[in-house]
Ligand binder design. Sequence first.
Ligand code: TIU
Length: 228
Amino acid sequence: MSRSEIAAKPFPLSVDLARAALVIIDMQRDFLEPGGFGAALGNDVSLLMAAVEPCRRMLAGARAAGLLVIHTREGHRPDLSDAPRAKVERGAPEKRIGAPGPMGRILIRGEAGHDIVPALAPLPEEPVIDKPGKGAFYQTDLDLMLRNRGIETLLVCGVTTEVCVHTTVREANDRGYRCLVLADACASYFPEFHEVGLRMIAAQGGIFGWVSTTDTVLAALAAQDQAA
Ligand code: TIU
C-alpha cells in the first residue's frame, strides 16, 4: 500500500495507510444520550451527537479500506475495584460513577449506558478497549495491540475533545504514534474547549499531532482504493 499525503494542520501528514488505525474514543450512551453520566454532570449532550454522523462515515470508510478499527469505552467494574476513590467521590452522590441512572449504573461495564451508541456498534472482529481512565493507553492493552500490528499512525475521533480524546492523543504521542485528529468527528460539551483543544494539538508545529477532517481523510482512503 502506498503512502498518502493527508492535508492537515499544521502541515500535510504522509500516512502509510497499511500502518494506520482508526481509534474511536468513548462514543458511549452514557456520554451522548440524555440520562447518562454526561447529562448527570449537567452537560448539554446534544452537542456530542454532532460527532456521531462524521464518526459513522469515518467508520464506514475505514472498514471499506480494510483499516484496523479500535473502539474504546470508559467505565469500571461493577464492584468499582478499578475506580480510584478520587474519581468516584466527586459531585452529588446520586450522580457519581456507580450510582443508578436511567441507563443502568453510571459508567459501569455491562450496563446499557456503557454501550457504544447503536450507529457506531463495533463489529465482532473490531477490538473494544475498556479503559478505567481518560486515556486509552492507561491500564489497557492498546499499545500492545497497535505494536503487534505495526501501527504507526492513529486516526482519532470521538468524545470528548479536551478530555478523553486529548488524553489519549497525548499518551499516543509520547509513545511514538502520529495522531491525526478528525476535527468534525470529535465533540465537547464546551464548544470553546473543542476549538481550543484542537488548536492545542496542532500548535507549535504539531506538538501533539495533526488535525484534519473526515472528508479529507475519506478522500485519501478512496484515492488509495482507486490506485490499488
Ligand atoms: N470520554 C470522556 O471524555 N470522558 C469524560 O468524562 N468526558 C467529559 O468531558 N466529562
